[in-house]
Design a protein around this ligand. Structure first.
Ligand SMILES: [Zn+2]
Length: 302
């Protein structure tokens, strides 16, 4: 009997650890600091084993602990601000001190709780900026890596009260998450503002917030056309998006964060989408490549 129980425990424990249980199964005090990217790797192995296409289940508490630790270790580089709390989870804004002459740039992620590779990549960017003085010389970065903690905890697009946070950046629709983020960035002028997402499309793509005088094609040139939406077989009509060129889309959903960036007069405002058909590591590499291309191109061009 007891050996049967031990066997059942041995079978169930890995499932719990890999995110089948409560999202905080891994936040137990004895667990080693679990960084979201380590978590992403585990989730990817599991996904491949089960043949499922799914974003990594990101541990909200682990992300926040990592940010708190980075801020404590690099007080000269990182300023951490809790914009609000959702069921006890902070929505953190991270300001990374850069060259005073460098342009201000904003990167946001996790507004859709199931598009977690964006969260992992935003964390990657923060880590990279801490290490890379060259990057800090090109941009004064602000990152809000996890806008919808209740959605991330539940592994769903919507918040816990079943709202699409990315439709609430407009009068009459505000909710705690959008209100806090909007209040924080209102009145700040960004040269680049970019919101990270994932879509069930075959390729990466950039959605322009407004006319950008060729900037999106400069940004997208960092990636081979075959990895861009429409790059293999071009069709302008992509359902809710319209493509002008491989990877260069427009859409008109009201109340998005990108729309709010445009209202706030960001010089360049985008949503950047990864393909949810790719593996997590390919999503991360691709997102980072396009993000860095966006930062470098906006830093270099007027
Ligand atoms: Zn999304």
């Amino acid at each position: 009997m007891s050996s049967l129980r031990a066997l059942i425990a041995a079978l169930l424990l890995p499932l719990l650890l890999l995110g089948g249980g409560t999202p905080d199964a891994l936040a137990a005090p004895h667990a080693r600091a679990l960084t979201p990217w380590r978590y992403a790797r585990r989730a990817e192995r599991r996904r491949h084993r089960f043949g499922k296409k799914r974003d990594p289940r990101v541990n909200v508490a682990a992300v926040n602990r990592r940010l708190e630790r980075l801020a404590a270790k690099h007080p000269d580089l990182i300023k951490l601000t809790a914009l609000t709390h959702i069921d006890g989870d902070p929505i953190y804004r991270v300001d990374i001190s850069g060259d005073k002459q460098a342009k201000r740039m904003l990167v946001t992620a996790g507004v859709h709780g199931n598009e977690t590779t964006g969260v992992v990549t935003a964390m990657d960017l923060i880590e990279r900026a801490v290490r890379d003085g060259g990057l800090r010389g090109r941009a004064q970065l602000t990152v809000i890596p996890l806008i919808n903690p209740s959605g991330v905890r539940l592994g769903q697009r919507y918040s816990r009260n079943r709202k699409d946070v990315n439709r609430t950046f407009r009068p009459g629709q505000w909710m705690a998450e959008s209100k806090a983020v909007a209040a924080s960035i209102a009145g700040e002028r960004y040269a680049l503002a970019i919101d990270l997402h994932g879509a069930a499309k075959k390729g990466f793509f950039l959605i322009r917030g407004k006319e950008d005088r060729g900037m999106s094609s400069r940004i997208l040139s960092a990636m081979s056309t075959g990895l861009l939406l429409g790059g293999r077989r071009f069709s302008a009509d992509q359902g809710e998006y319209r493509l002008d060129a491989p990877g260069a889309a427009t859409s008109n959903n009201p109340g998005t964060l990108k729309g709010f960036f445009v209202e706030q007069n960001a010089d360049y405002a985008y949503t950047l989408e990864y393909s949810r058909h790719l593996g997590v590591s390919q999503q991360r590499r691709g997102l980072m490549r396009l993000l860095r291309s966006a930062i470098d191109n906006v830093a270099a061009h007027r």
